[in-house]
Write a protein that binds this ligand. Structure first.
Ligand SMILES: NC(=O)c1ccc[n+]([C@@H]2O[C@H](COP(=O)([O-])OP(=O)(O)OC[C@H]3O[C@@H](n4cnc5c(N)ncnc54)[C@H](O)[C@@H]3O)[C@@H](O)[C@H]2O)c1
Length: 303
């Protein structure tokens, strides 16, 4: 991999501008494009504000060039990452078009949250250069990027992408099969399913579920993964716990009826002021700020 690459980011929204920022800060030349003029016009302002806020090198923004035309934005790129709306036909159409304007060896990545990479990339002429890169929000604060290969992805494309992200200060994780939820969201939502089930079954209220996680194993999670933890306490003890606890844990294959009822009643969380709990605008703002401060402090510790 060249020490500096030509990167094109398609989609300048929440994720796209942040991804462009990370690559620019790593010294790469970045073009960014968006079909909505206002999004594209705001991209560099947003990046500069983030760089300032984080105390990062503000001159990095000069390596980002907004380009309204898709073909022009991706031409000559070594690597293209797509972060447009979560819409399969849109992503398929975009990659078909992108493929017309890039070199045969340009790597193509989608930042989809949940759409199978296989579905997005199946109609490409060169499927071996296509993969998924699942970033987490905000891209400049959460280290993980899941690198998802399909049955067609070449080892070279995976290797290039893993190295590109590691060199940009991210923690790439290789997902060897294109499974729904990749790794992170499978784990996250296994926990959410049980969290909802505890409330649904009257074992505790929503606030208590969150308190138990935040005040107990949540404290350790950033430094002690579950399988490290299982080894630490012993696989024999883990087996004994699983024999008792797993039969009691929610294993329904679909979403919880409790969650479905909340949604049907318009209890949508922050956006309606009530979900599992009620939220004033002040409480919402305070929680968002708390998360941001926590992520910034964690990043400062990493540095
Ligand atoms: N928001 C998250 O937490 C998060 C996390 C991981 C992955 N993702 C995924 O990243 C992708 C982008 O999400 P987001 O939160 O940044 O959304 P967003 O709505 O903030 O941004 C999407 C951008 O795509 C642009 N766009 C739409 N059609 C386009 C087109 N034809 N060509 C170019 N640009 C176009 C929109 O104008 C918008 O600026 C989605 O696939 C999403 O699922 C989001």
């Amino acid at each position: 991999m060249a020490p500096t690459a030509k990167i094109a980011v398609v989609g300048a929204g929440l994720m796209g501008h942040g991804i462009a920022q990370v690559f620019a800060l790593a010294g790469h030349t970045v073009t960014i494009t968006d079909s909505v003029k206002a999004s594209l016009d705001n991209a560099k302002t947003r990046i500069l504000a983030n760089l300032k806020d984080l105390g990062d090198d503000q001159s990095a923004v000069e390596r980002v060039t907004p380009v309204p035309d898709l073909a022009e934005a991706v031409r000559g790129a070594d690597y293209v990452v797509e972060a447009v709306l979560e819409d399969l036909p849109l992503k398929q159409k975009l990659f078909a078009e992108i493929e017309q304007h890039v070199r045969p060896d340009t790597i193509l990545a989608s930042n989809t949250s949940v759409i199978p990479i296989t579905s997005i990339m199946q109609a490409l002429q060169r499927r071996e250069r296509a993969l998924g890169t699942h970033w987490w929000n905000p891209p400049y604060l959460v280290p993980l990027v899941e690198v998802i290969e399909t049955q067609w992805t070449s080892p070279q494309a995976v290797d290039f992408t893993m190295k590109l992200h590691a060199a940009a200060g991210k923690k790439p994780a290789h997902v060897k099969k294109d499974v729904p939820g990749f790794i992170g969201n499978r784990l996250q939502h296994a926990l959410w399913r049980e969290a909802i089930s505890l409330v649904e079954n009257g074992i505790c209220d929503a606030e208590t579920v969150d308190t138990v996680i935040k005040a107990a194993f949540g404290r350790r999670l950033a430094v002690l993964g579950p399988l490290e933890n299982a080894d630490m306490v012993g696989t024999d003890l883990t087996l004994a716990i699983h024999k008792t606890v797993l039969p009691a844990i929610d294993s329904r294959p679909g979403p919880s009826p409790y969650l479905e009822k909340l949604v049907a009643a318009g209890k949508l969380g922050f956006k309606s002021g009530e979900g599992f709990r009620t939220w004033t605008p002040e409480q919402q703002g305070a929680l968002r700020l708390k998360v941001l401060r926590h992520l910034k402090a964690a990043r400062a510790q990493d540095d």
